[in-house]
Design a protein around this ligand. Structure first.
Ligand SMILES: [Zn+2]
Ligand SMILES: [Zn+2]
Length: 753
């Protein structure tokens, strides 16, 4: 059932009008064009820099660029969060390049989350050709013999947080000149630094501030982020300092039609829908036929390839030849070639995984199709931002059967009118912090005066960090090797499993110890950057999972027994007629087997038993105990546990609306009788050891979150629960014991309390 289609004024006819006149269109609206707001080039700019800008045809600024420059000139830290392609790069380049032009000794450090993005930025800086600026990349690929030269010569160093963490800070003596003259630190793509990774990077930046201060410098931080709800807070949590927020976008924008596209419901009882890949390929083919330049984002490489293949199959060969997939692993030259062909109009359609959204630089497209909600409103907006650069554009969301996608199809305002989610991190999570306290003590003895840069929590943790010794100079490192190398930034546990591609020897990623058994057990299908791998072996001794590329049409789902125990209750409040608690819990899990499931329809192909040891970790959780009157009529078993379990799943599916996280970052448990509460209880916990603030955000936003969840259940057209409401792809009980009606009854009673 689709909501009524609203047709707002859409002046003129568009090449896609007939295409959108279909039953699959769940919602349509449009965003108006916005004229540019500009400001003159500031008179205080260095003449040489101003001349370089003019040579590039830049004779005026957008207002947000001028504002960023002015705030930085005042000595403020700044976070700029304006739309995709609004010229954020020039915004932070202005004060930095101006300062480097004015003072030959001044230095700047640019941080990018990936090497590829640092390379893109280095190219952009080279193109700007500011005479006094000497930019160089310093990362794991930089040849040893060049490193020394770069440290001495470059005035602007581009690197990534990992290199800063293990390569630069522990050897700060080699960087003494650079740190002494460090004026600016640029943190681009700052919204990427959230969750565990963000919590680590926040500590790395604090260590950088501390060392800079030891060398007599106090660099300013300039951050750029996709639009998010809490930009000022993100800047403060990442750097430990206040920052001015620049969020009024002065860049012009073309009008844009937005379409929500829901694949037809094939089986209302089971909630089964037609494939979003098929629908996306149909749209892509039809748009190509109309000469509309389109980029299509899919969640995995396999999906992207299927969409490309299906679309080609629908087209005459001459048009099909003008579609191309865009893959990870292309060299920069191949990427530039595809981008050039798109801009020249030789290519009409490109299909890629959403992992590539950061690295693709295409200017002038007409349409962007997102196949499946990419997880955050910020990424969706970033994908849609590619549509309509020259003239009226089209942005499409094709829904998958995931609960969040289907919720948006019925409640478009939940997506379009909501402020973009908050990026959450917690630098003081002891699981993250301790490694950095050790690293900081290795870098220089740690004393009370460091509380102002590292944060008071770091000093509080120092006595608890093994291998630190108290001396007259402060806490010093008494271990052997530099501790930073043992602290991976993308994991909350100190000794994660390496995931290694046995066919190439490449390390694909890390699996936290607590999660390894459920994600990289033998026989698991592992997804990395949109590619599938099959786990051949989990070597516990070597802490290594050996995987190989995999082309099969199934995925795997682990079956596990989970238990929680409450370690400490930190907050209890009366909310929605019941006792809502937040605190620390210990979660123990034992993976007991897994199921192979068909990609096409989710059918179970096989069940395999596993013999793996239990693991446990401590994290943050919220939990609630429904009151007896809220459970009236649901008290019998198994209805009681099924109702709680279904409510837990639906709540977890919608928590990403309130906190930037993935449903895979959240765990849950529901029980008819919990030993610590002696009552029926639902737990929702942070899936990362120590917790990064996700459960706390759920605690704070409980009422709105529960209301969203009740709407999700009430609106789903299925009869008894389906993947679009109460079923979860990560359920350790393989989606057994779920009662949608019971869950809805409970949530409604809570909301009525
Ligand atoms: Zn349903
Ligand atoms: Zn479950």
């Amino acid at each position: 059932m689709n909501v009524p289609v609203t047709r707002t004024a859409d002046a003129g006819t568009r090449p896609w009008d007939d295409l959108l006149a279909a039953d699959e269109l769940a919602y349509r609206t449009s965003e108006p064009a916005r004229p540019a707001r500009t400001a003159p080039l500031p008179s205080s700019l260095q003449p040489a820099f101003r001349a370089a800008l003019r040579r590039r045809g830049i004779s005026a600024l957008y207002t947000h660029q001028a504002e960023t420059y002015a705030a930085a000139r005042r000595g403020a830290n700044v976070i700029v969060t304006t739309g995709t392609a609004s010229g954020k790069t020039l915004a932070f380049n202005l004060p930095v390049l101006d300062a480097l032009t004015a003072d030959r000794r001044a230095r700047a450090l640019y941080l990018y989350p990936t090497k590829a993005l640092a390379q893109d930025q280095a190219r952009a800086l080279a193109a700007l050709a500011v005479p006094a600026v000497r930019a160089a990349i310093y990362d794991g690929d930089t040849p040893r013999e060049q490193r020394r030269q770069i440290r001495g010569w470059a005035s602007l160093v581009l690197t990534n947080p990992d290199m800063l963490h293990v390569g630069v800070l522990p050897r700060h003596d080699l960087w003494a000149e650079f740190l002494h003259n460090l004026r600016f630190v640029v943190v681009d793509e700052a919204h990427v630094y959230r969750g565990v990774f963000g919590s680590h990077v926040a500590n790395v930046l604090r260590r950088l501030r501390r060392l800079a201060r030891l060398y007599g410098a106090q660099p300013r931080f300039l951050l750029a982020s996709a639009t998010i709800a809490n930009a000022g807070q993100l800047a403060r949590e990442l750097t430990g300092e206040e920052a001015a927020v620049v969020d009024e976008d002065g860049a012009p924008r073309c009008a844009r039609t937005i379409a929500f596209w829901n694949p037809p419901l094939l089986d209302p009882e089971l909630g089964l829908r037609a494939s979003p890949l098929g629908e996306a390929s149909r749209l892509l083919a039809e748009l190509a036929r109309r000469g509309v330049r389109t980029i299509c984002f899919a969640k995995s490489r396999r999906s992207a390839e299927l969409i490309h293949r299906f679309a080609c199959g629908r087209l005459e060969p001459a048009t099909a030849a003008r579609l191309a997939p865009y893959r990870a692993g292309y060299t920069p030259q191949q990427r530039r070639e595809i981008e050039r062909r798109l801009m020249a109009g030789e290519l009409l359609g490109v299909t890629c995984t959403d992992a590539l959204e950061l690295g693709i630089d295409v200017g002038e497209l007409d349409c962007a199709i997102s196949v499946g909600f990419p997880g955050t409103v910020a990424s969706l907006r970033q994908q849609w931002g590619r549509a309509g650069r020259r003239e009226h554009g089209l942005a499409v969301l094709v829904a998958s059967d995931d609960a969040l996608d289907q919720y948006f199809m019925r409640e478009p305002s939940a997506l379009l009118e909501r402020r973009v989610e908050a990026a959450i991190l917690d630098h003081a999570n002891p699981r993250v912090l301790d490694g950095h306290v050790a690293a900081a003590a290795y870098e220089a003895p740690l004393g009370d005066e460091d509380a102002s840069t590292l944060g008071p929590e770091a000093l509080e943790r120092a006595p608890h960090v093994p291998e630190l010794r108290r001396t007259g100079r402060g806490w010093v490192w008494a271990g052997r090797q530099a501790p930073a190398a043992r602290v991976p930034l993308r994991s909350a546990s100190a000794d994660p499993f390496l995931v290694v591609d046995a066919s190439s020897g490449d390390v694909l990623g890390l699996a936290e110890r607590e999660r390894a058994y459920s994600t990289v057990h033998e026989g698991a299908v592992y997804l990395h950057l949109g590619r599938q791998y099959l786990v051949r072996e989990l070597d516990e001794e070597a802490r290594r999972a050996l995987v190989e590329p995999f082309e099969g049409d199934w995925y795997t789902q682990a079956k596990k027994d989970t238990q929680t125990s409450i370690e400490e209750t930190l907050r209890v409040e009366r909310r929605l007629g019941l006792e809502l608690a937040f605190g620390r819990v210990s979660v123990s899990e034992q993976v007991v087997g897994y199921q192979k499931k068909a990609v096409a329809d989710g059918a179970t192909l096989d069940t395999v038993a596993l013999d793996l040891p239990p693991t446990s970790f401590s994290t943050e959780a919220l939990w609630f105990v429904p009151r007896p009157h809220q459970l009236e009529g649901l008290e019998t078993m198994p209805l009681l546990v099924s109702s709680l379990h279904a409510a837990e799943h639906a709540l977890i599916a919608l928590l990403p609306l309130w906190a930037i996280c993935d449903r895979w970052d959240i765990g849950g448990l529901s029980t008819n009788l919990h030993p610590d509460t002696s009552a029926p209880t639902v737990f929702v916990y942070d899936g990362h050891a120590g917790g990064v603030g996700i459960a706390e955000r759920g605690f704070e936003q409980f009422e709105g979150w529960v209301a969203d969840t009740a709407r999700l259940l009430a609106g789903c057209p299925c009869e008894r629960g389906c993947p679009s409401c109460v079923q979860s792809p990560k359920c350790g009980n393989l989606n057994e014991l779920l009662d949608k009606a019971g869950a809805l009854t409970l949530l409604r009673r809570m909301l009525a309390s």
